[in-house]
Ligand binder design. Sequence first.
Ligand code: BGC
Length: 906
Amino acid sequence: MFDGNRRWQVMRTFVGLFLFLGSAGVVYGAEGPAAPTGLRCEYLSNPMGIDVQKPRFSWVLHHSERAQMQTAYQILIAGSAEGLDRDAGDVWDSGKVDSNDSTQVVYAGKSLSSGKTYYWKVRSWDTAGNASPYSAAAQFEMGLLSRDDWKGQWIEGNLLRKEIDLQGRIVRARAYVTALGYYELRINGEKVGRNVLDPAFTTYPKRVLYTTYDVARRLRSGKNAFGVMLGGGWATLGRRFFDPEVGPYYKAPALLLQVNIEFEGGKTVFVVSDGSWKAAQGPIVSDSVYDGEVYDARREQPGWDQPGFDDSAWSAAQTVEGSKGVLSAQMMPPIRVVDSMAPRSIASPRPGVFVFDMGQNMSGWVQLRVQGPAATQVTLRFAELVYPDGMINRENLGEAKSRDIYTLKGQGEETYEPRFTYHGFRFVEVTGFPGTPSLDSLRGRVVHTAVGAAGSFVASKQILNDIQRLIHWSQLTNLFSIPTDCDQRNERQGWMGDAQATAEEAMMNFDMAAFYTNFIRDIRDAQFPDGSLPDTVPRKYGGVPGDLGWQTAYPLLCWYMWQQYGDRRILAENYDALKKYVAFLRSHAQDNVYRLHWEGDWVELAHTPGDYIGDVWYYYDVSLFSKMAQILGKSDEAASYGQLASQVKDALNRTFFDAHTDNYANGTQTANAMALFLDLVPKEHREAVQRSLTDDIVYGHNTHLTTGFIGVKFLMPLLTSLGRSDLAYDLAVQTTYPSWGYMVERGATTLWELWQDKAGPAMNSHDHIMFGSVGAWFYNALGGINLGPESVGYQHIRIAPQIVEDLHWASASVDTIRGTVSSSWSYSPGSIAIDVTVPVSSDAQVVVPAEAQMTDVVIREGGRVVWEDGRYVSGDPGVKGATQQGRIFTFEVGSGNYSFRLTGSE
Ligand code: BGC
């Protein structure tokens, strides 16, 4: 915060570009409540194939006036679109429900049927009792709700096909598809849907996720052909490791498919995977997530996915046991090719070797365009780095071969892109190319789980925007149905520490609710009988039990789902398993101290003892669990776990706090930051421990970090809560080693795994998201967007931008579950402007800070005076009151857009 006049003088010359995002949005001509928009069912818009019996609904409200609340709603759900048009809620008519809930509204109608589509809309009433128009219709569709609905068998094969004669007029058709591994479904010669690398990576023996497709338009009366290509994906990929449990789940990929085809007149035909399918070897010679794909175009069998193909040489598909696990609907955004990128440049460091630079470290693959004689073999090798001589450097890929090999069929221009692998890369080396490739020969395909954007952050200091760009890319390229650590070497795992460290950042930047809902269930599936959890989910890597900083992802992710989205169901569904987890911790704590550890503060610069870190997590987990019990109304358990937490805290202080030096453990930044963040420090020592911490940063390390990725997650928000956003800011914009800015200065386009710039064979991925936790701090501190005290799901918001040093403006916006929340501020000497947007049915505290020595403060909102002569001036619509504490002015506002402007004399 404003730390004295000197810095303010420096800024005097600033003429601000001020981004006003607050008013960007829909303009509502009509008076009163507008029709709700943004209808979601289980966090998804118009989901096809959900298997939640009591789905939850949410919508976003709009109103022409400020300070508006929903006072009631009505949901109509019909079994047909026409019924809904007639306002018939034949499946559920909630009636007028007096409630301001516009999120997490639980279905309470007739029981929902397998495979059926439901149509719904909602209207709301405002504070004055005026009803909005109904929203536009939305829909959701149930998946196959019981195992008995599945009529097919698991079958193996590389290429699989089935022909069927369909007679009659098809009125509806759904394909339910999954694989142990990856599949590509084709009907009558065309790929179905846009998903790639489907289904999600799960602990397949326990649970497999299926996807639902509407395939009616692909089918026709008469002969139809179904073709499926299978890849091994994570199902056949094993870690060459001593523990058989982390080896491959299955020897070969397998398919489970069912197509329900409904005809006019009511007849239904089921096409299912079974022994009547035919199998053959296709052009994919080998495929592996890590190693890439080997594709021989000469082995293509033109027409194999069309009716009438002669498959007499094909053999019968093998039925196999497959997975005995639960078949669940895949209820999250799929992995897709989300973008295409032209390479930036092409170089030829050696004869016949061409190195393409995509200009951006990305996840996915490339499309190859090539023309040449049959049997020509083009090899594409992927890398994040190049050596000074321009050759690709693949030393940091570990055991991943990360290459695709294409053999030409020799028939004109050929286009190839792999199906069952992905790479993390910026550079692509092409060898074996017939002739000289041009920039057009490759096209980058950006691939990851296609989560929607939720937030934006931009500020007047360029390095912050650069870091934000790195976070954005690193986050997205590490979403592959699970949150991964990296995207290039032979890991790409659901490392839980990385997941918990970055979840808050991810939730500000992207629409993550459905994704983490799925991952939390994955975690529950991976829990060991003793309640402990692995380091990675699904479990492939890491220790057993995992380090607590990794295991803690379970309670923390549940907690963030509660905070960000108000998801009580997650807490309820996971309560028992979390309790078991806490019991595991308890059984391993001696005298209330938990000392088991492995990673500790990972990739740290100053070592913090792992037993201390483990014990802090133990305290954190127990106290969160106690809060969860309270939220669920289990007050006895809340009290007893609360008591346990305070015993753990006392024991921790006895064991790890040195009252003479005012340090925790060995006094590293991580050690003191964790203790301060979790309020472990005895009151009388608080200030001294704070000083230990800030002295270490400023004097001990010349305003640099020494933490790993665990410590830094605590450090940045902690500094803000201590009133030292100035120091956090200095760390955030630091450009010398070690810092995020150092990565930017060294040309990084995604965040590194290490603070150090390394390019050798040891662990040093150049695309790790774990240091990206600072992204949450950008939104919370610099943008100023926070949950209100004790609030969840942005019902109560606190807009409190930290106006620091040489930052002239910052602008942040987040599409929360209740609608867009935004905050944009600008500073020029003698004046501070803050524009905010608060969704209908929410309210906010808007914190407007004055400069240190400012007098005669006047604050206007939209030109109207709201503070003058040392007191609040009422009368501005939506502004309900204001208070002053020192140079901080806090306004209470209802929903709407506001423009505050503070002026004064210096
Ligand atoms: C991963 C990390 C992970 C760590 C823990 C590494 O190999 O890439 O991100 O958290 O191992 O052991």
